[in-house]
Design a binder for this molecule. Structure first.
Ligand code: GDP
Ligand code: MG
Length: 599
């Protein structure tokens, strides 16, 4: 005779019978619950106005039915309690009479306590059944981390592949317990695809290795495959996957990073085939950005890019392995964990979008104010690690973070400089560019790179000692082109002259128009550079909007002498003129500047 556990006193016999009938259900393999069982649970809950709880084994059998608060239910001894890196093999599905499915603190506590495969709450609201669930995602200092997902529709919940999910969780627990004594290091293997006309694959993988190390992973090795087109299911060929699987065991790797962006399906398939976390270049770069964003806006932009990247990777098959546990790909800006719930991601996306809009409006206001007193602006651009921050420091004697890491600079830093001839200018350092820049980041980049788009002059810093300096320059121009900034006045700065021994290379490089060779580190060539900048500024003309009061109208004649007058308009409060003029005249006319016309 099956037993109903919990608070059953006072429950009618007919309902007890119906509760007992629940034991007859069996859930198909891999499925979390059936819709029929869900329906029955909800119906009983409404009649009883109490929680109804079922415990389901991995075989799909109902091992226990209970009524009342989950935590007060005395669980029958769960068979063969297993070691710390194993879940109990039982999932707990219960109902909330209120219809709200959000897991309570008690629900989450018993999830951890009992090490359930999954803890779910069902509820019916306005006639619609929904579900939320919690899972253990890892273990840290002997304590379980959990994640809550939902509310989902019943259909979405039923789609969850529970077998796959529990296998992933146990793998994660395995990893956590094996490495918990030491600080958990991600040990990565890198995989690339060699295609025609692309960068040499080895160089691309070397750069990927540097990115991985910047993100805190240890690189154990790299491998690649020659292929014209990626495989639609696995990105690489089946044989190659097997080879990587062996290599992974041999090297004891716990992470595979692909050099290109994987589709969500490819990522999922590879994780299933290889059994460990699989990431792509995009996730890696996003992770580095997340760790390095400093300004409020930078953080928001990066989080937005990460959420947009993650959203399609949380399909009906549940969470992919790379979303579990921790480490690269799960960290948000400021060490917060990234949201894994689709609905909450969508809410967060619209919330961030609103905040960014607001910041943009404010920035435009600031820029208009700054334009009232215009000073020529110069932006440093260049491939990541070229030496931009070092140069900015040299030029301004300030201490902008310069490190031998990719993307040390994320937010634009602007400094005031005075050139030898007394001319003032604003110098902005920017984030480095990189090949295969994730498209999700172009938007985030746009914000930091608006300074580039607005600049009067660009200084393109090239690491002339880098074997791939030409490809790197090319990647920079590609981004400038996307920003519509490739027609701006540009000085090419060949940096790290101290590392170049061959004088022929130096003279070859200097054939480039408007170029200079420097060592930002040691200061060689800085004087020449400044003179070049001065000359550039002299040739520049700067657009200004002026409002000249009628009693100063004598100025107008002078304006025609020294500047290019585009338009004049007589208004109540004065004469409104748009001019372009040489920067050394700026100071005099700044007093009349009104910035750009308000829209
Ligand atoms: P950014 O990413 O372009 O801002 O590059 P950083 O300014 O952070 O510099 C990257 C690395 O290159 C740092 O380790 C610098 O010390 C180094 N570096 C920069 N300029 C020079 C140089 O002229 N010579 C040498 N040898 N190293 C340099
Ligand atoms: Mg920098």
């Amino acid at each position: 005779m099956p037993t109903i556990y919990g608070e059953i006193t006072g429950i009618r016999k007919s309902i007890i019978n119906r509760l007992e009938e629940l034991y007859e259900f069996s859930i198909p393999f891999g499925q979390v619950i059936s819709s029929e069982l869900s329906q029955k649970l909800i119906d009983l809950t409404i009649e009883l106005n109490r929680e109804v709880v079922v415990y389901i084994s991995r075989k799909g059998q109902i091992t226990c039915v209970a009524v009342g608060d989950v935590y007060t239910v005395v669980l029958p001894e769960i068979d063969g309690r297993r070691s710390i890196n194993r879940l109990s093999g039982i999932r707990c599905i219960h109902t909330h009479p209120s219809g709200e499915t959000e897991l309570s603190g008690v629900d989450v506590a018993s999830l951890k306590e009992m090490r359930f495969d999954l803890m779910a709450a069902l509820g019916r609201k306005d006639g619609v059944i929904q579900a939320s669930f919690g899972i253990i995602t890892g273990i840290e200092n002997d304590r379980f981390n959990t994640q809550n997902v939902g509310p989902l529709s019943l259909e979405e919940f039923i789609e969850l592949d529970i077998t796959y999910l529990t296998a992933q969780i146990e793998r994660q627990l395995d990893l956590n317990t094996k490495t918990s004594a030491i600080v958990e290091v991600e040990r990565a293997l890198l995989v690339g695809l060699e295609r025609q006309g692309k960068w040499a694959i080895v160089d691309s993988l070397k750069e990927l290795a540097q990115l991985a190390e910047t993100a805190g992973a240890e690189v154990l090795g790299m491998t690649w495959q020659k292929r014209d087109r990626p495989d639609s299911a696995l990105f690489i060929g089946r044989g190659k996957v097997q080879e990587i699987s062996l290599l992974r065991q041999e090297k004891n790797a716990n992470l595979i990073i692909f050099d290109d962006e994987l589709s969500p399906a490819q990522q999922r398939n590879l994780e299933r085939a290889l059994g460990i976390k699989v990431l792509d270049r995009t996730a890696l770069i996003l992770d580095i950005f997340a760790q390095r964003a400093r300004s409020h806006e930078g953080k928001l932009q990066v989080e937005l890019a990460q959420l947009r990247y993650n959203l399609p990777r949380l399909g009906g098959q549940g969470l992919v392995l790379s979303r579990l546990g921790g480490g690269i790909g799960t960290r948000g800006p400021g060490e917060t964990k990234l949201e894994v719930d689709r609905r909450r991601i969508r809410d967060r996306v619209s919330d961030i979008t609103r905040q960014i809009e607001h910041i943009k409006k404010q920035r435009n206001l600031h820029r208009k104010r700054r334009e009232n007193t215009r000073i020529p602006t110069i932006a440093l651009v260049g491939y990541t690690n070229a030496g931009k921050s070092t140069l900015l420091n040299k030029l301004t004697a300030s201490e902008v973070l310069a490190e031998d890491k990719l993307f040390a600079t994320l937010d634009p830093t602007t400094r005031h400089i005075i050139l030898p001839n007394g001319q003032q200018a604003l110098l902005t350092d920017t984030v480095g560019f990189i090949q295969k820049l994730p498209h999700q980041l172009i938007a985030a980049f746009r914000a930091t790179l608006e300074e580039v788009v607005q600049a009067d002059i660009l200084l393109h810093v090239v690491d002339a000692s880098h074997p791939q300096y030409q490809e790197q320059s090319h990647a920079v121009f590609q981004v400038l082109h996307e920003l519509n900034a490739d027609t701006k006045q540009l000085i090419t700065i060949f940096n790290k002259a101290d590392k170049i021994e061959d004088q022929d290379i130096v003279s070859m490089l200097l054939k480039t128009e408007n170029s200079v060779m420097i060592s930002a580190l040691h200061g060689d060539g800085i004087k020449e550079l400044l003179i070049l900048v001065e000359n550039f500024i002299k040739q520049q003309t700067i657009d200004m909007h002026l409002l000249i009061p009628y009693n100063d109208s004598g100025i107008i004649a002078k304006l025609y002498d020294i500047s290019n007058v585009h338009s004049t308009e007589y208004r109540e409060d004065g004469i409104y003129v748009i001019i372009s003029l040489p920067p050394d005249q700026l100071n005099y006319f700044n007093r009349y500047a009104i910035g750009v016309e308000p829209e």
